[in-house]
Design a protein around this ligand. Structure first.
Ligand SMILES: [Ca+2]
Ligand SMILES: [Ca+2]
Length: 327
């Protein structure tokens, strides 16, 4: 999930901490790189364009910039379908351009936060290609399932699950002869967080960017990471119940999403990521933040260690005139 507009988020925290963290008084400005500033005249905003505007951002009072995805992507979903989590999209620049942006931002006291998209990759990802081919070690990187048989040989989707962007959340792979799950667009296969290797891969991604010196991550669609465990349902994915809210079976609101979002297993993953980020706090505490959340349609959360607990803080978003709750 993402918002297509830019906005400023004023971070606040209602818990009295022994020492205030930097984000408790920070002005964080979201930048969608494609539309922010084009530095080379090709019509596409880019990293050098952001770098050129750093002084302006500083003058505006910005303490940190959160960059919407800057990674290699076919752009089926505005860059949230990522082919390679470590590679900069060429239209945005190079790895060196990012290093220069990060350095110059730090030099003038602006922190850089990256978008982190853990629920799915793009379908051009090498991981997905390998998983489609059932390469050893990659077989279970994604949520794969056999189809349900009907009266003919035609295979029906494994369950009635509906994508956030309408129609079945399952897509047939002729190569693998199974369906894969995509909670968002077809080109965004869901990673399988019941596969331990996926956890390690994603932690390596976080380490890669932390070692470069980013100040944290905004986590995308975190409450979609886990689906129900099919081992609890005879190794099948069960249908979700009808919501009664609409008669359109292709509409996401047609079902109550009791098996596809807000699963309790998610919290342990967040704990693990928070621990990982805390290994990189020698120079500054790192930010881990998300929106929207299971507890409300417009309640961004910020996770930090508070003694032994993982605390959630609501952030307050200024609303544009005439606009209701919009995440
Ligand atoms: Ca450009
Ligand atoms: Ca998922």
């Amino acid at each position: 999930m993402h918002s297509a507009f830019l906005y400023m988020a004023l971070v606040w925290c209602g818990i009295a901490a022994a020492q205030a963290e930097w984000w408790q008084s920070a002005l964080i400005y979201q930048i969608y790189p494609r539309s922010f500033k084009d530095s080379n005249g090709d019509g596409i905003g880019d990293l050098n364009g952001i770098r050129e505007k750093l002084d302006y951002l500083k003058d505006t009072g910005v303490d940190a910039v959160w960059l919407s995805p800057i990674f290699l992507s076919p752009m089926y979903d505005f860059g949230y379908d990522i082919t390679d989590y470590r590679q900069i999209a060429p239209e945005y620049g190079t790895a060196e351009d990012f290093e220069n942006l990060l350095k110059e931002a730090k030099d003038i006291g602006i922190k850089v936060i990256l978008d982190f998209v853990p629920n799915h990759t793009g379908n051009e990802s090498e991981w997905f290609m390998r998983s489609k081919r059932r390469e050893p070690g990659y077989e279970n990187y994604y949520v794969w399932a056999d189809g349900r048989p009907d009266k003919t040989t035609y295979m029906l989707p494994p369950s009635n699950w509906v994508s956030v962007f309408r129609k079945s959340a399952w897509q047939w792979s002729p190569e693998r002869q199974q369906f894969y799950l995509h909670q968002f667009v077809q080109g965004q296969p869901d990673l399988n967080y019941r596969e331990p290797r996926v956890h390690e891969e994603m932690k390596d991604v976080l380490r890669f960017w932390l070692q470069k010196g980013v100040s944290g991550f905004r986590v995308d669609a975190v409450n979609y990471m886990y689906e129900i465990d099919p081992r609890d349902f005879n190794r099948q994915y069960p249908d979700e119940p009808l919501s009664g809210m609409t008669l359109d079976p292709d509409d996401y609101g047609y079902l109550n999403h009791i098996y596809t979002k807000n699963r309790d297993e998610t919290y342990q993953v967040i704990y693990n990521w928070r621990e990982l980020l805390d290994e990189y706090t020698a120079t500054e505490p790192k930010l881990l933040i998300q929106k929207p959340t299971p507890i409300g349609p417009c309640s961004p959360l910020l996770w930090q260690r508070q003694q032994e607990w993982l605390c959630a803080f609501q952030l307050q978003l200024p609303q544009r005139r005439g606009q209701g709750d919009h995440c």
